[in-house]
Design a protein around this ligand. Sequence first.
Ligand code: S3P
Length: 171
Amino acid sequence: MSLKVILIGFMASGKSTLGKKLANKLGIPFIDSDSKIEELNSRFISEIFENDGEEVFRKMETDFILNYPFPDSFVLSTGGGMPCFNENISKLNEIGTTFYLKRPSKELVNRLLNAKDQRPLVSSKTEDELILYIDQMLEIRSVYYEQANFILDRADQTSDEIIELLKSVNK
Ligand code: S3P
C-alpha cells in the first residue's frame, strides 16, 4: 500500500518534528520541501529571499510540487507558506493526504521566538511585532490551510493518530 502524507501549517507548528517521527514509524522516506529547495538551488532560503525576493521563492515551491520525483510512499513536510500560493493546496491535495497542524497563535509566538533566525519573514521582528504578524497571517492563510483533508487541532497530535486517520482513507 502506498502512503503519501503531507503536513502543512504555519512556521514552527512542528511539521518537521512530527514528519520525521511519522516517517520513521511507517518506515518510509521523509522529505522536507525547504531543505529540498535549498539543495536544488544550492542556496539557503534566507539567501533566496534576500537576493531574489519572495515571489521567486514561491515559484520554486510550485515547481517543486509539480516536478519533484516523489516516491511511492513518503511523508512531506512543507514550508509554512507553500499551500497559500499559486493554488498549491489543490495540487498538494491531489498528490497525497494533507494534514493541517493547527496550533494556537500564542503557542506559535512562543515557539517562533526561539526559532526565527533562519526564517526571513520573521527574523527581524520583535515579540510584539511577531504577535501581530502571526494573527494577521493566520487570518489570511487559514483559508488555505483549512482545505487540508484533515485538521489536527489538538495540542497532543501524535504520529499514531495520523496513522489511524490514514487507515481511513485510500489514496
Ligand atoms: C515560510 C515558511 C518557512 C520557509 C520560508 C517561508 C512561510 O518554512 O518556507 O521561510 O512563508 O511561512 P517553515 O514553515 O518550515 O518554517
